[in-house]
Design a protein around this ligand. Structure first.
Ligand code: KIV
Length: 262
């Protein structure tokens, strides 16, 4: 059975942690889904992990749609959420509706995610949810604001913590079905998680969130640079390099393919 936003809400009520990972293509999505995660995020982090950009800003809507279509072909069980890229929803309400509409019409993703919680973004979330588009919010460190916030932890002083809490509340009131809390103190994430009735999905936000998300390339050891809060469960880069060297040696020494009987 497909995971839905309603099921995620039930998981929060039952204190069942929500497992979320990113995916950027069919092969990774298939494996992540078969492993039984609840939510697969086609994050705009694919700009860095799959396309080699310095940050998430350059990825286009067409590229996100292309990758989301591939991910959806590999997923049967998890809820698929696709990120709206930088400046494809902040310009105007009609731009946001057009962008979210393209994702839902041109891919099989069931929800979208956008960053930030100031009143203009909350108004956008309100409008999109009113139109029947499930929206996941994202507050704290928002990578699309790298040039103003950097990759620093957010919500460290009282005023900033108050801002993050009120953004999360505004997103819930606007109809978001879940919120990513990125790189904020664990105590602040706990406060937000207790205040909200929708699930919080933490990344670098401690253990008290309703769920956790990581970038799959960080988990597998494929990223060139990982954030300090990521955990590497595998050193896939080394394994891949070793396998390719082994194949190269076999070809150069004419061990592969095996010689056929003449
Ligand atoms: O783009 C992404 O992968 C994300 C996660 C880090 C939450 O937004």
């Amino acid at each position: 059975m497909r995971v839905t936003p309603r099921i995620l809400r039930e998981y929060k009520l039952k204190s069942r942690p929500i497992v979320t990972l990113t995916a950027w293509d069919y092969a990774i999505a298939r494996l992540v889904d078969q492993a039984g995660v609840d939510v697969i995020l086609v994050g705009d982090s694919l700009a860095m992990v799959a396309l080699g950009y310095e940050n998430t800003l350059p990825v286009s809507l067409d590229a996100m749609i292309h990758h989301t279509q591939a991910v959806c072909r590999g997923v049967e069980h998890a809820l698929v959420v696709s990120d709206l890229p930088f400046l494809t929803y902040q310009e105007s309400m009609s731009q946001a509706i057009h962008t979210a509409g393209r994702i839902l019409k041109e891919t099989s993703a069931q929800a979208i995610k956008l960053e930030g919680g100031h009143p203009a973004i909350a108004a956008t979330v309100d409008r999109l949810t009113m139109l029947g588009i499930p929206v996941m919010g994202h507050v704290g460190l928002t990578p699309q604001s790298v040039h103003t916030l950097g990759y620093r932890q957010q919500g460290k002083n009282e005023a900033d913590a108050t801002r993050v809490v009120s953004e999360a509340i505004a997103l819930e009131q606007a109809g978001a079905f879940a919120i990513v809390l990125e790189h904020i103190p664990a105590a602040l994430a706990r406060t937000i998680t207790e205040k909200l009735s929708i699930p919080t999905i933490g990344i670098g936000a401690g253990s008290h969130c309703d769920g956790q998300v990581l970038v799959t390339a960080d988990v597998l050891g494929l990223s060139e640079k990982s954030p300090p809060f990521a955990k590497k469960y595998l050193q896939l880069d080394t394994l891949i390099t070793e396998a390719i060297k082994h194949y190269s040696t076999d070809v150069r020494q004419r061990k592969f393919p095996a010689s056929e009987a003449e």
